[in-house]
Design a protein around this ligand. Sequence first.
Ligand code: UD1
Length: 414
Amino acid sequence: MADYRMCHSPRLSGEVWIGTAKNAVLPIMAAALLTGEECVIRRMPELTDVRHMEELLESCGAKTARQQDAAVIRAAAVQNPTADERMRSMRASVLVMGPLLARNGECVCSMPGGCAIGQRPIDLHLKGLQKLGARVEMEGGQIRVSGKLQGANIYLDFPSVGATENLVMAATLAKGMTRIENAAKEPEIADLCHFLTAMGARIAGIGTNNLMVEGVEMLHGAEYTPIPDRIEAGTLACAAAMTEGSVLLQNARSDHMRALMFKLAESGVIFQEDAKGLRLRGKAKRPMEVRTLSYPGFPTDMQAVLMTVTTQINGLSVFLETIFENRFMHVVELVRMGAHIRVEGQLALVQGGKPLTGATLQSTDLRAAAAMMLAGIAAQGETLLHDPADHLMRGYEGLERKLQLLGADVHKQA
Ligand code: UD1
């Protein structure tokens, strides 16, 4: 359990390296279950979710090891996951279902858990697997999916990130052609597809809403470096924009961050791309209207953090959250610091420009915790952030260290 202490910090400046994307690494690790050969994933981020995924893969029969910054995963034979606690504690654990089913003809596991930002059902995963010929049963609180997979036409009622990933992975070893329409097209999904292709999968339409997967007999090992984290980059960009900073985000992929960049640019921030990464300077000073959407729309994972920025902008900013039904949990804590925010259903109205004052806060989920850390940097006085579930360490690789590097007064207390 970690606590963080923040004080008002002037303009952030300097250079910071953007690490590998959690949401790309986790599905890629799960995909390593599709082959008995060795997979090597480079530039692994040091995150608890990643460690938990390693434990989960081990419980599925894989051997995992670290060589410098690489994870080496070999799943010579696979079995149903025994790490029940890991299945329950992490939403992304559901991603072992598609690979285990495709490779073994069966997967029995607990319902996945994760951040409490909404109901997060897995009906779209299960419906798609049924389309591929799987039987789905509930057994003593566990889900059992089984059967030999056959390519099929699947239409997702909603472009779910996780369901798209699970179905693509399952389809790589199904017999014949699978078409997934209304698939999600987040950069992390394209990254997974590139890894699967490196393993010998045949996938067309990568990066679009229409994925075509031609099943193959077997996949082989591969080496891969996943993409940088657009949410980490976005969070640091927001911290810079809030303090009128000047920051270079080394290794950031601006092509994955367009929605956020447009919002910040409209608000007064100046971006410049060069060979070293993405530079930004200036202050976000005009209020914003933000609607979260599937990629390439504005990412729900940036909503809380950007809301903190708008508390510092004169005028009314409006946030419409359309992806998760319970993703305004940071609002209570921001209000505790003096922010004027009203929530009406899926809408949050921020009357910005009111000074924040330091307070004792409690994190509720990963991105909310990051939003609170930024609020502590903006606030007058000292802010203490309790993070009893270590949300920040689940998904950010030393966010406090990176902010410190840019001059922020943030300290972690073990
Ligand atoms: C992934 C990301 C998460 C991000 C989210 C949306 C990972 C590990 N996590 O989560 O950081 O916030 O995408 O960009 O990559 N839904 C259903 N039925 C389903 C599946 C989803 O109703 O079977 C609903 C969810 O409850 C939610 C919405 O669809 O309201 C989006 O979920 P989804 O895109 O599946 O997100 P995750 O894969 O869980």
